[in-house]
Design a protein. Structure first.
Length: 503
């Protein structure tokens, strides 16, 4: 075998480590790049690299099965393991892909909303956040989930507060307080599980949990973990940080976080629910996600209702995110193959849809200087391509047939109908919430197309660097609504793997 071939095999074998190490090493390097657009170009290059790695890992998992990577040559459970299966390979691709698409958009947006002398720190924070989200997803060690969670959270606080809007500081502080509380709960839960099992390796922890599963300590650990994770992904009523966090942070940050951060935390819920506790006899009849079902229903109902009355477009979209998180948790809580498939595929579909909607809102802010809905009068006439993309992505948010959002809700309704009379009622509530989504999306359409522009007559369309990523995601909402083989098939495989269904 040639040296080049050996190097190629070595590179492929190291992809799990490189998925995290590349953005981790790149972040401090980014702080030294002070020349114009240098930090942005470097962050874009790094995001392209980690996206390529995530695609390669997903292909390997789908072809050859689960990948186990031993960090430092120490075999698990003593050493730290990176473990990649269908579900987290899918999430890795979502996170890295959204980062890659968002960065071209961020160029003009960050120039407008972040002071120029902070750009190198902003993109370093972006890479650290990316590193943390990827690390949470790929690690097979429970304590490392907490470590990477803190890395991503600290970077997120900085990103939220980096803009010129002084309200962003308050929003970031609010998230810091609630995020720290959630992380503390998660750490307590992990600590209790470690005390009872003597291991931090997630797979090994699941094997050792059986004999001690009836203890108060293990049940308390589960309660702390569920509460802490729910705080992190902003499940109603632990959602207080999310509306302000998305509304007042720089537009590019809202795009990135709305599509990734909460989705990774939901993945952590999936991992503990099905991998750690799923095989334990004492927990098989007590699905923790099922306990969250009432809160999930309240989330998509109240989130949609509150969105109707918002006067700011970004806050409207933020409250819509509270509702969409509810849909995902409903799918997980139903516990069936269809329900879990719907929840997992909605992680992907909502990432596309909400990123596109926040991109459109950010483009309007760039040109108009405001996202107050009243100030967007006639924007459909002066920014036709941006507004059209918003409307089309809004159709996916509603769940109109041929869109990605419809696919998710279709599986959620199918799963609900499998649960008898209560399921029929749940399916009706899901459909009712879609009608609420029609109302708040129509509010924007009415202002944009049926009112005359009242602002500066020189306002023009968004720059091409923002329109291309926006339309790429918008068209993806329709592509994955018509061609479901890729997204739904991977979600189905992941769901069946988590449920232990043999293929």
């Amino acid at each position: 075998m040639s040296t080049a071939t050996q190097a190629g095999f070595s590179l492929l074998a190291s992809l799990p480590a490189l998925q995290v190490v590349v953005p981790m090493v790149a972040a401090p390097i980014c702080t030294f790049l002070r020349f114009r657009n240098g930090p942005w170009a470097f962050a874009l290059l790094v995001s392209a690299a980690v996206f390529w790695i995530s695609v390669m890992l997903l292909q390997q998992v789908l072809t050859h099965g689960v990948i186990s990577y031993e960090m430092g040559g120490w075999a698990p459970p003593i050493g730290i393991e990176y473990r990649i299966d269908e579900i987290n390979a899918f999430v890795l691709m979502i996170v890295s892909g959204i980062s890659l698409v968002s960065l071209p958009y961020a160029l003009r947006s960050v120039e407008r909303e972040v002071p120029r002398d902070k750009h190198h720190l902003f993109y370093a924070g972006w890479l650290l956040c990316l590193c943390g989200l990827l690390g949470i997803t790929i690690t097979g060690d429970a304590f490392n989930i907490f470590v990477f969670l803190e890395i991503s959270s600290l970077a997120t606080y900085m990103l939220m507060a980096s803009g010129r809007d002084p309200r962003a500081l308050t929003a970031a502080f609010q998230y810091l307080v609630l995020g720290t509380l959630g992380a503390t709960f998660i750490l307590i839960g992990v600590g209790l599980l470690y005390i009872m099992t003597g291991t931090l390796n997630i797979a090994d922890m699941a094997d050792r949990l059986g004999p001690v599963s009836d203890t108060t300590s293990v049940r308390a650990a589960a309660a702390f973990l569920i509460a802490g994770i729910a705080l992190k992904f902003a499940l109603f009523p632990a959602h207080f940080w999310l509306p302000n966090g998305y509304a007042y942070s720089p537009s590019a940050v809202a795009v990135f976080l709305s599509a990734t951060a909460t989705k990774v935390s939901i993945y952590v819920l999936l991992r503990f629910e099905f991998t750690v506790f799923g095989e334990v006899a004492a927990f098989q009849d007590l699905h923790f996600a099922r306990l969250l079902l009432p809160f999930a229903v309240l989330a998509f109902l109240i989130g949609s209702m509150v969105a109707i009355f918002q006067t700011d477009l970004k806050r409207l979209l933020a409250w819509s995110s509270v509702a969409q998180i509810g849909y995902i948790v409903v799918g997980i809580g139903l516990g069936s193959s269809d329900g879990l498939t719907g929840g997992i595929v909605h992680i992907f579909n909502h990432a596309l849809t909400k990123a596109a909607l926040f991109m459109a809102a950010g483009a309007m802010f760039l040109r108009i200087g405001s996202t107050r809905i009243d100030n967007l009068a006639g924007v459909g006439k002066i920014m036709p391509w941006t507004t059209l993309a918003f409307v089309l992505a809004g159709l996916s948010l509603i769940g109109v047939p041929t869109t990605a959002g419809f696919v998710s809700k279709w599986y959620l309704v199918l799963a609900a109908l499998q649960h008898g009379n209560a399921g029929y009622f749940l399916a009706a509530l899901i459909l009712f919430s879609s009608i609420l989504a029609v109302i708040y999306v129509w509010r924007v359409v009415e202002v944009a197309y049926f009112r005359e522009p009242a602002g500066d007559a020189t306002v023009r369309e968004a720059p091409l660097s923002m329109l291309v990523p926006l339309w790429l995601l918008t068209l993806a909402c329709f592509y994955f609504g018509l061609e479901t083989q890729y997204s739904v098939d991977i979600a189905r495989v992941a769901a069946e793997s988590l449920l232990g269904i043999a293929r």
